[in-house]
Design a protein around this ligand. Sequence first.
Ligand code: NCD
Length: 363
Amino acid sequence: MADANDKHLWAVSWDDFQALSVDERASYFMEGEREVHVILAQQFARNRLDALNSLATQVRFIAKSRAGMRFLRDLLSHKRAMLYFTQPSTRTFLSFSAACQILGMTTSSVRDSATSSEFKGESQEDSVRTFSSYFDVIIMRSAEKGLAERMAWVLSNSERAVPIVNAGSGKDQHPTQALLDIYTLQRSFERLGGIDGKHVAFVGDLARGRTVRSLASLLALYDGVKQTFVAPSPLQIGRDVLDFLTKAKVAFELTEDFERVIPKADAIYMTRVQDEWDKTKGESGLYDIRKFWFTAQRLSLLRPDAILMHPLPRRDEIEAAVDRDPRAMYWRQMRNGMWVRAALIAGIFHRDKEIQDYHEQNL
Ligand code: NCD
C-alpha cells in the first residue's frame, strides 16, 4: 500500500540520489511494503522477508498439482519479462526464467551486448528504455556496479516505469540470491528456532563475492545472528560491510582459521575465488586458498544440525564427496531460488493475495 512516506525516484535528480546513503537510496525502491524495483538488499525489512518466505512456500506447494500449476500460470499470463544478462550466468538466469514460466509469463533475453544495438554504440540507457517498450519487467545482470540502480532511476523517470530486478551487479550486490539464501536458512532452521541467534560463517573470496555482501546485510535483520568471515586477508570482506554491521550492532569476527570455526557454525557459506576480477593476471593464484576448502574430511568437524551452503558455481572449494551428506544444502538452495524468485515477481505484480487465498482454500 502506498503511503505518504513513500519516496519517488521521479522526484529526485540522479546527482542528488547518488549522494544519499545506501539505506536512504534503498527506501526509494519500496512503495509501502512492496518492491517497485529490486535493487539493493538494504531495501528489505524483516517482515517483508517473512512474507516473501511464506509466499515462496505457498507457490512451491501449489505448483505440485496440475490444477495448481494452471492457477499459477494464469496469474501473469498477460505479462512479459526481459532477461538482460550481459555477464555469465547459469542458475540465476534459468531460475528467473523458470520462475517467470511458473507464473505464465513469456520471456526474452539478451545475453551478450555484442548481439544487441549496444554494439552499434547505443547507450545502456537507450537499450533499457527499448526493453521497457516491449516488456513489463526487466531482470538484469551486469559486471558494472550500480548499473541496475541507475537503470531503475532512468525508467522511473520515463513514460514506461517498468520494474528493474537486479540479478547481480558487479562485485557489489546480488539481492535475489540473498533472498533465496535467507529462505534456505529459514527452511533449514524451521524446527530449530529459525534464523535468530544462529552463527553464519562466510568462507572464501569475500572481497569480491556479491552474494556474501548482500546476505550479510539481510542477516543483520535477525536477532542475535553472529557472522564470521573466514578468508585470506587480501580476500576479506569489505570495510563498508563491517562498518554497516558495527552500526547495526551485529557480532562479527574475521579469521583465517577455518578449522576452528567449523564446529561453532550453524551455517557455513562457501564461495569460489572470483578471479575474473583480478587486476593482474594470475593474482588469485598467489593466495593459499586450500586452507579454506571444505573437504570430505572436514565433515566430521561440522555439527550434526549445521548446514553447508554455496551460491554456486563451485570449483574445488567443496569436494564432490561432500554432496552426499544430508547437511550439504547447496542443491536445494539452488532450487529454492526458483520459488523465491517466483514469489518476488508475483509480489511485484500484486498477486500475493490471490496466491495466499488459493493456498488457503485448496491446500
Ligand atoms: C554467484 C554470482 O554470480 O554472484 N552466482 C550465482 O548467482 N549463483 C556467485 C559466483 O559467481 O561465484
